[in-house]
Ligand binder design. Structure first.
Ligand code: F0G
Length: 459
């Protein structure tokens, strides 16, 4: 018998969580204006809002924290992190930042100007936010297959080379500061980009003399998918694949809260000393001195250790395996989910789940609210609320997909929690015909509204 995957760690410390009643949850979610970000964490039983900064650190990470060097300049923790980034990712220069979007802010302050065009694969919302905030445009060149949740494709994060070529042809060279590849592609379902596609995009970028950037939050999960799905990589180690991925990058931004398994942190990796020096100015202005950039020494130590743990095959196998376990249960229950399963989350296709709810009434948010009421499980909407309004017309942008993302924190929940979530969603699915009413916006922010939006039931 083939042995199943099993976690490459065991539990040393636990945190109690509490179940609530349906009556309590109905009151809480109404008071939270039907925005799950407004709930208190104690009002949530299984929290799948995000896999960002919610993972459990290892005993080695916690012990590394005790050795943190809190010197303002030149701390040993900085050099430890610098060495881990050089060793694992191959970047000579780096800047620490307090999280991923801060890395984007610093780097884009150097590179992005008004009127620029930045092609990529379904830019993450903070990436797009930092581009649009600078009055530039993000152009999504993801393959069309990514938008069909039932279509099987091993690398739904891939860039459609024809779409990219069209952008490169139609846009003056000086208006494209870089191409950005998000690995794995969060917005299209935690879907990986193949090495073949990375190479092809890299070649196009080189031919046009355009730098290639990686938004690398889940780079290790992407490497894992390359290893198990792409021909020629089955015998390579995760770290060899990671090195090969980044050999194509001119620079990278990192949200360490994902694949580096820390609760807070980020960084920018650079190949060019010149770009590093230019970005250093903004790092000092926005984040802190270049040897700590918004992170404490102890956090840099934990991050350096986390980069090693996050790139171990056994860990990644159990991580991605747990996500697939949830996906498999939901498939068995007939719940429509994005297929194949992504690296960090299962994405439920809310349009197929609730076809009777009009798109103007925020279908995926409606489903997220129903799942919370059912069982105290918190997911997140990846749909019209997240897509925001068009910055020029101020009209709602209706994305091709309305998804409820169930993001699995790293090393945090057991498979019993996962089975609980799947059963909860099945119960909602069984009563889906009775959910006819969506939601309406009462208040919203001008940009990145989903975090703070206030909603009420649409009549
Ligand atoms: N890039 C990607 C692909 C991300 O998924 C995120 C964050 C960021 C950049 C920004 O990083 O949060 O450290 O500032 N994603 C989180 C999520 C918020 O829930 O998917 P950050």
């Amino acid at each position: 018998m083939k042995l199943p995957y099993a976690e490459s760690y065991k539990i040393k410390m636990v945190e109690p969580i509490r179940k609530s009643t349906e009556t309590e949850r109905k009151t809480w979610i109404k008071d939270a204006r039907y925005n799950l970000f407004n709930l208190k964490s104690e009002q949530v039983f299984v929290d799948l809002l995000t896999d960002s900064g919610t993972g459990a650190m290892s005993d080695r990470q916690w012990s590394a924290m005790m050795l943190g060097d809190e010197s303002y300049a030149g701390a040993s923790s900085y050099f430890k992190l610098k060495e881990a980034i050089r060793d694992l990712l191959g970047f000579e220069y780096f800047l620490p930042t307090h999280q991923g979007r801060a890395a984007e802010n610093v780097l884009f302050s150097v590179l992005v100007k008004e009127g620029d065009v930045i092609p990529g694969n379904a830019h993450f919302d903070t990436t797009k936010g930092h581009i649009e905030f600078r009055k530039a445009t993000a152009v999504d060149c993801t393959i069309n297959d990514a938008f069909e949740t039932t279509k099987d494709h091993p690398f739904k994060g891939n860039v459609d080379l024809q779409k990219l070529k069209t952008v490169l042809k139609d846009t003056p060279r000086d208006k494209i500061p870089f191409i950005i590849l998000t690995i794995t592609c969060n917005s299209s379902g935690g879907q990986p980009v193949s090495m073949e596609n990375i190479k092809a995009v890299s070649k196009l970028a080189k031919d046009h003399n355009i730098p290639l950037l990686f938004d690398s939050a889940r780079f290790a999960e992407n490497a894992y998918f390359i290893k198990i799905r792409e021909e020629g990589y089955e015998d390579k180690s995760i770290r060899e694949i990671v090195k090969e991925i980044f050999s194509h990058a001119d620079a990278m931004t990192m949200s360490s809260k994902k694949d580096a398994i820390v609760n807070m942190g980020g960084f920018i990796g650079f190949r060019s000393e010149d770009l590093f020096k230019k970005a250093s100015v903004y790092n000092i202005l926005f984040e802190g001195y270049i040897t700590y950039g918004g992170m404490s020494g102890r956090d840099m130590n934990a991050l350096a250790q986390g980069l090693y743990e996050g790139t171990e095959f056994a860990y990644l196998e159990s991580r991605v395996g747990q996500v697939a376990y949830l996906g498999q249960l939901l498939l068995e229950y007939g719940v429509p989910v994005q297929f194949p399963f992504g690296g960090h989350a299962i994405f439920v296709d809310a349009i197929r789940f609730l076809p009777q709810v009009p798109k103007e009434q925020y279908i995926a948010q409606t489903l997220a609210v129903e799942l919370y009421i059912e069982a105290g499980v918190r997911g997140v909407e990846i749909g019209t609320l997240l897509a925001d309004r068009d910055p020029i017309t101020r009209e709602n942008r209706f994305p091709k997909m309305e998804l409820l993302r169930l993001a699995i924190p790293r090393r945090t929940y057991t498979n019993n929690h996962i089975a609980y979530v799947a059963a909860a969603l099945k119960n909602v699915y069984d009563r889906r015909d009775k959910i006819t009413e969506g939601l309406r916006i009462m208040n919203e922010a001008p940009i990145m509204r989903h975090f703070t939006v206030e909603l009420e039931k649409a009549e």
